[in-house]
Ligand binder design. Structure first.
Ligand code: ADP
Length: 181
């Protein structure tokens, strides 16, 4: 299966994606995790990306798209993947279409995790990640509304909507049900 998971910051994408990738036996590919790994290892991508993550802004498209293209070309992604945090703009979605066409594969669905954005700010503050301070969270929400939410229209014909306000296990059950698992 080849899936995308989208939702506002704090929607629980990473948590749900991790569980789902284990059940489906496909890699969970999170661009946020890839950037954080690059930052902690001090790679050229990490050095460039850090200021954007710190501010809650999108890392420039060339860097992000090339990183995803490389990751999707790795052998484990041949059996399917769950993309988390990418695409995050219509431009990135169009790039993904090209990457998948080059790989000769399609997309099976786009999971959209729907939450009350005010209610999830508390979840993020509790998580305590470096970019989970109130003003950076507010900027990530702004970026989500402006850049990422148009993806819901872009992918309208394959959106699978999930109510993300329940318990972790209940949300996961809902996702599996909607995927027919
Ligand atoms: P969250 O879902 O809580 O916003 P992520 O781990 O998905 O957290 O993303 C953290 C940060 O990583 C973003 O604010 C952004 O700076 C960067 N990032 C992640 N994915 C992308 C992407 N597809 N394009 C550009 N920047 C990205």
């Amino acid at each position: 299966m080849r899936l995308i998971i989208v939702g506002p910051p704090g929607a629980g994408k990473g948590t749900q994606a991790e569980l789902l990738s284990e059940t489906l036996g496909i890699p969970h590919i999170s661009t946020g995790d890839l950037f954080r790994a690059n930052i902690s290892q001090g790679t050229p991508i990490g050095l460039e990306a850090k200021k954007y993550l710190d501010a809650g802004d999108l890392v420039p498209p060339e860097i992000t798209i090339n990183m995803v293209r490389e990751r999707l070309g790795e052998p484990d992604a041949a059996k399917g993947f769950l993309l988390d945090g990418f695409p995050r703009s219509v431009e990135q979605a169009e790039a993904l279409t090209g990457i998948l066409a080059d790989l000769g594969v399609g997309l099976d669905g786009v999971l959209s995790i729907v939450v009350d954005e005010d209610a999830v700010v508390g979840r993020m503050l509790a998580r305590g990640r470096a970019d989970d301070t109130e003003d950076v969270i507010r900027n990530r929400m702004r970026v989500y509304t402006a850049e990422t939410s148009p993806l819901l229209d872009h992918y309208a014909d394959r959106i699978i909507e999930v109510d993300g306000m329940g318990e972790v296990a209940a949300v996961q059950q809902q996702i599996l049900g909607k995927l027919g698992r």
